[in-house]
Write a protein that binds this ligand. Structure first.
Ligand SMILES: Nc1nc2c(ncn2[C@@H]2O[C@H](COP(=O)(O)OP(=O)(O)O)[C@@H](O)[C@H]2O)c(=O)[nH]1
Ligand SMILES: [Mg+2]
Length: 441
């Protein structure tokens, strides 16, 4: 992707009420002048103001945002036309005829990165923002875009650069007795700990970016589909009192306590059943194997002892035992089970708040969890790990007065952090990040 020509792309999905065509590059204004019909086109004399006119025969509202104070950092124009494929295509065709090249996926954001408006971590946050499936995932992306992670990495890098500079000055003045910061190696301890904490935040990052696979399992008629519908807030699955109603696994996305969830309803597990139900049960078992959390629904109004025994035999460790139908079952006499346990009624909704809390505690692996301020992605995690693993070696060498050798792991750690923010770039990594964006972003 070069950054010197002028690019264009539809920035909105086809079929909306309004379509936005985005243009960015040094010739954005000359191109507007070429395609604009009726009056003065938007331009540097009226920046960031909507102007009514026509392009390609269609009515548009145009706006010009001069660089460097634009999203990409170069001159940007937007043409807002009536939605629908025809009108948007006519405007886009006129702009392309004027010499604009179609943008690659993510190319506008790539330009913002190349022009130094944002770093690589912030560019990734733009992608996260679009893909966010829950409030918490959205907040995380917003904080990352605002620079929370970039600032933190900048501070850590700055400290490492200082320590490296001190090591290097030992080399430059080997005979002089300088007032050395003799606690140089000691300073690496907290730095390393912080890098490790950030590395560990990758787990939360993966959960919030990809969603948690939550599988609802249990006997036929225990109330699995009723619980799914409750959690979704609408009647997605068919609920009847006929055992074996759900014969295939069914997946929907939702969020629970701000956590994006891939919610999977399964065919109930029991002996027998016809060939379709048996295939469904095989799928249920497969779902159980890949689940991150399982809600094992137990019918408290049926045969609690047998239900509990079945669960004990088949449920994975990430299970929450969910005694259902508490509206009609006796409170006493339910057997103890070896999993976190919640009593609910999928019909009345009783116990669902507690179930949500139990789920969140399970996901965060602690009861008093807090929304993570920063949660890195797998790419960051890899480089953070690289940085934190070389620092103990640097500390050892500094303590031994091996300044020249100590500089090597220090430089490696600095470079690893630089790879995260994009100070050091690798074309494959850039390609991988930006190609996942949609066209026009
Ligand atoms: N009284 C009562 N009935 C329930 C409850 N949850 C489910 N049911 C009933 O149990 C039957 C089976 O429910 P369903 O959700 O299809 O169970 P599944 O086979 O596990 O998916 C239906 O008749 C539901 O109305 C509950 O909490 N209380
Ligand atoms: Mg069902």
């Amino acid at each position: 992707m070069n950054t010197t020509d002028t690019i264009c792309a539809p920035a909105t999905a086809i079929g909306g009420a309004i379509a936005v065509i985005r243009i960015a590059g040094p010739d954005a204004w000359p191109m507007l002048q070429k395609v604009w019909q009726g009056g003065m086109p938007p331009g540097p004399t009226c920046p960031r103001r909507m102007v009514l006119g026509r392009v390609g025969g269609d009515q548009v509202l145009g706006v010009f945002m001069p660089g460097p104070h634009s999203y990409t950092g170069d001159d940007v124009a937007e043409l807002h036309c009536h939605g629908g494929a025809r009108a948007a295509h006519a405007v886009l065709a006129a702009v392309r005829e004027a010499g604009c090249r179609m943008a690659e996926p993510g190319e506008f954001t790539f330009r913002a990165f190349a022009n130094g408006k944002i770093d690589l971590v912030q560019a990734e946050a733009v992608g996260d923002l679009v893909a966010a499936q829950s409030d918490m995932a959205l907040h995380l992306a917003e904080r990352q875009l605002a620079g929370a992670l970039s600032d933190e990495l900048g501070r850590l890098r700055g400290e490492l650069v200082e320590i490296l500079a001190e090591c290097e000055s030992h080399l430059d003045f080997p005979d002089e007795e300088l007032d050395w910061d003799n606690a140089l190696a000691v300073r690496l301890g907290p730095l390393c700990a912080r890098l490790e904490t950030l590395t560990r935040s990758g787990r939360a990052g993966a959960l919030l970016r990809e969603g948690v696979r939550l599988v609802i399992a249990g006997r036929p008629n225990a109330g699995k589909s009723s619980l799914l519908n409750r959690l979704l807030g609408y009647e997605r699955a068919i609920v009847t009192d006929i055992a074996g109603t759900t014969r295939d696994t069914l997946e929907e996305r939702t969020e629970i306590r701000g956590i994006p969830v891939r919610l999977i309803d399964t065919a109930g597990l029991r002996e027998g059943g016809d060939v379709i139900e048996r295939i469904g049960m095989e799928r249920s078992r497969e779902s159980l194997r890949t689940a991150e959390v399982v809600f094992w629904v137990l019918d408290a109004a049926a045969d609690p002892q047998a239900e509990a025994a079945e669960m004990a035999a088949a449920a994975p460790p990430c299970t929450v035992a969910v005694w259902n139908k508490m509206d009609v079952a006796p409170e006493v006499g339910l057997p103890q089970v070896a999993f976190p346990t919640v009593r609910i009624s999928a019909v009345t909704g009783a116990g669902l708040e507690e179930l949500a809390d139990t789920f969140a505690a399970m996901v965060w692996q602690e009861k008093d969890w807090r929304e993570p301020e920063i949660a890195v992605n797998a790419r960051h995690q890899e480089q953070l790990h690289r940085a934190s693993t070389v620092l103990p070696e640097a500390a050892k060498l500094i303590n031994a007065g091996e300044w020249e050798l100590a500089a090597i792991p220090l430089r490696a750690a600095i470079e690893a952090i630089g790879r995260i923010t994009g100070e050091t770039t690798d074309p494959d990594v850039l390609e991988n990040i930006f190609s996942r964006f949609c066209i026009g972003k």
